[in-house]
Structure formats: C-alpha cells, structure tokens
Design a protein around this ligand. Structure first.
Ligand code: MLT
Length: 392
C-alpha cells in the first residue's frame, strides 16, 4: 500500500483548524478572557422560523408510514431544484432545473468537482483566496499557477493572455478580500476561458450579500458563461446552514469538453459517491425561497451587513486601509505598519481578545493583511470594535 504523497505537500493543518487550536490553547491558558470570534466565517443567527417550520413538517412526514421517504434523488429533490431555478430566473439567468445538483455544501462541491477533471490540468488560483481551492489541488498533485490579487488591482485580478490555464477559480464576492467583480470584468474571464477551452469554477457562496444591484450575482449573467463555467452556491451564509449543510452546483448541459458533457460526468460521479442531502434539510432549504423565508433571511443578511458597516467605520476612523464590507460580509484590512498577519493575530488575541483571520493564510499576497467577519452577533461586533478603539 502506498499513501497519496501529495498530502505531504500540504501545510500541516487547514487554516481554520490551526486558528481554532490556537484560540483554544489561549482560552485554556486564560480562562477568564472573554474572546470574541470574528475569525472563521461562521454565522451566529439561528435558522429562520420559515426554515425550522418546514423542517418540522418534514420530520413529521418522515415519521409517518404514508409519507416516509428512503433514498432521495442523487441530484436533489425536484422541489428544491425548481425553487433554485426560479431564483436564478429572477437574476435573469435561464437554467433547467436538472442542471442544478443539490449538495451538502459549497466546500464539498468545490473539492469534489475535481473528480471529473484530469490531474494534468493547469489550475489558475487567485492569491489570496479561500484555501480549499489550493489545498484540494495539491492533494491531487495538479500544477497550480497563481494570479495576483493586490491592492493595486483592488483584489480583482483579470486574465493574462500570456498565461495558459485549464481550470480557473473565481470567488465573487471574494473570500477573503470582499471585492466583487463587475459584469465587464467577469466577461473578460469568460472570454479567456472560451478561448483557452478552460473551465471556470465560480464560487458564488456570498452572492446574497451584494447590495449594489448593478453587480452580478451569478457568472451566468455574463453571456457565454453557460458554455464555460460551473457555479457553486450555498445556503450556509445566506440562510445560516453552516451546521445544517446544504448547497448546490450548476453544471450546464451546454458545458462540453473533449466532446463529453460535464453534466453527464458529474451525474455519474454524484450517483456513485453521494446519496444526496436529507429530505428534511432540503425542505428547510426550499423554505428560503417562500415569501416568508425570503423576508426572514433578508433580515439576517441586513443584520450582518450592519455589522460590516460598524467594522468598516471603525477601520476608517482609525485610518486603517481596508477593502470589502460594502457588498460582502468580510472586511480585509491592512495590518499596522511592519506587522505580519500572524503577529497582528497574536496582538489582537492577546491585547483585545479578538479573533480574526491572518491574511497570509489565504496566500502569499495576503501577508500584511487581516480578515474580520461580520457574522458575529451585533453586540459582540460593537464590543469588539470598542476594544479595537481602546487598543489603538
Ligand atoms: C471562511 O471563514 O473562510 C469560511 O467560513 C470557511 C468555509 O466556508 O469553509
């Protein structure tokens, strides 16, 4: 037996696992410290009533002989796929419901989709970005090239005609920088992908946080994207499903490479390796699209975006250069002069008991930056910013 030696090329532990360990160690050593966690982007508001009511009804159905269900469709129940289809239509995107595959979350889809893509592909990853893109490709041993996201391009890198890539990761609104591509910028990526016969993996997990109606919430708002992009979405941040687990992956039928529809490969992969998301969870997710559910989750998103504003205003008052926070739940700030991301992490943890995420954990270009999330409670966000003001 031989191990997958590619794993030995990974950093010792996953970014958020490292942070979790450090914070737990600090809490053990300082049991009285009232730590405020603005690190991992985990939501704090509970599932909204429309979702929990739908789940309760689904539990009752599962407990009655007449309505009990066993294995569900591998690709998700039609009621949820159709609701997602309607939601895309509201953004002006025309999909067929069987182009949408329900999953247990965006992180899993981002990783699993690689099963249907050759290990020989060259992968283009923005630096900095959500670390799962890089780590999963290292696990498979693919060649990775980076495109620089820096303050100079407002953390929105555009394609370089001189660089060839087969697989391109885009995340907009971006994790961690909070920057959002415009239609015109995404159109450049779509043109590049079509020219290079590449595949864009578009992570739209934070689309619900876009406030500016002129910004695209799906890559399919760009003409031609249905032939070159897979889009991955999530209920995690939008509707508080980080622990409940539900997301989706759009694989358009017109997306064909080497004469093979990717849709066919993904269906084959999912039906072999995945038995679907529980009926109860899918019923809860579908409730997000009811009038009541949509209104309730809007309230949650507004609360988080209110937190983002409080954090951004504090940064502005103290003269910190920062990005994001206007169309995303992340604020990406520059560490005080000369401090590395991890030095700043230690300083905030030790002197203000605030946890954030060191920018260098998202890539080399993240060094000297720091990410704060707006997903804390309102009270904790206000308290954290008061501590921040005291510290500076
Ligand atoms: C983050 O903090 O970047 C995310 O919550 C991590 C994730 O979604 O897996």
């Amino acid at each position: 037996m031989k191990i997958n030696r590619n794993f030995l090329n990974l950093k010792d532990s996953y970014l958020f696992a490292t942070i979790g360990q450090k914070v737990n160690d600090y809490q053990k050593a300082n049991p009285d410290a009232a730590i405020i966690r603005l690190g991992i982007g985990d939501v704090t508001l509970p599932l909204c009533p429309a979702v929990t009511e739908a789940m309760k009804e689904a539990v009752a159905e599962m407990g009655a002989r007449e309505t009990f269900r066993g294995y569900g469709p591998y690709e998700g129940y039609a009621f949820l796929r159709e609701a997602l289809c309607v939601s895309y239509a509201q953004k002006g995107v025309k999909l067929q419901s069987d182009e949408i595959f329900v999953s247990d979350g965006a992180k899993c889809d981002v990783a699993n989709i690689l099963d249907i893509l050759s290990g020989d592909n060259v992968v283009l990853i923005p630096d900095p970005v959500y670390p799962v893109y890089l780590d999963t490709n290292i696990m498979d041993g693919r060649t990775v090239v980076f495109c620089d996201a820096t303050a100079a391009n407002e953390f929105l890198p555009l394609p370089d005609a001189g660089t060839h890539a087969d697989i391109i990761y885009l995340c907009s609104p971006n994790n961690p920088t909070g920057s959002v591509y415009t239609h015109a910028q995404l159109a450049q990526w779509v043109a590049y992908a079509r020219e290079h016969e590449a595949l864009i993996l578009f992570d739209a997990a934070y689309e619900a946080f876009i406030q500016d109606p002129s910004l695209p919430r799906s890559i399919y708002e760009v003409p031609g994207a249905l032939e070159c992009a897979v889009e991955i979405g999530s209920f995690s941040k939008t509707a508080g499903f980080t622990g409940t687990r539900c997301g989706w992956c759009v694989v358009p039928k017109g997306l064909i490479r080497e004469d093979v529809p990717l849709h066919q490969l993904w269906m084959r992969r999912q039906s072999t390796k995945f038995n679907g998301v529980s009926y109860i969870v899918q019923r809860g997710a579908a409730a997000v699209f009811t009038e009541e559910g949509a209104r309730q989750i809007r309230g949650h998103i507004d609360m988080y975006m209110g937190n983002a504003k409080i954090i951004a205003q504090t940064m502005a008052v103290h003269g910190f250069a920062y990005f994001g926070g206007d169309n995303s739940p992340y604020i990406w700030l520059q560490c005080p002069a000369g401090m590395t991301s991890w030095q700043y992490f230690d300083r905030l943890l030790e002197q203000a008991n605030i946890v954030g995420t060191p920018g260098s954990g998202f890539g080399a270009n993240g060094e000297g930056f720091f990410r704060l999330t707006a997903f804390g409670s309102h009270a904790n966000t206000v308290e954290a910013m008061e501590r921040f003001q005291t510290l500076f």
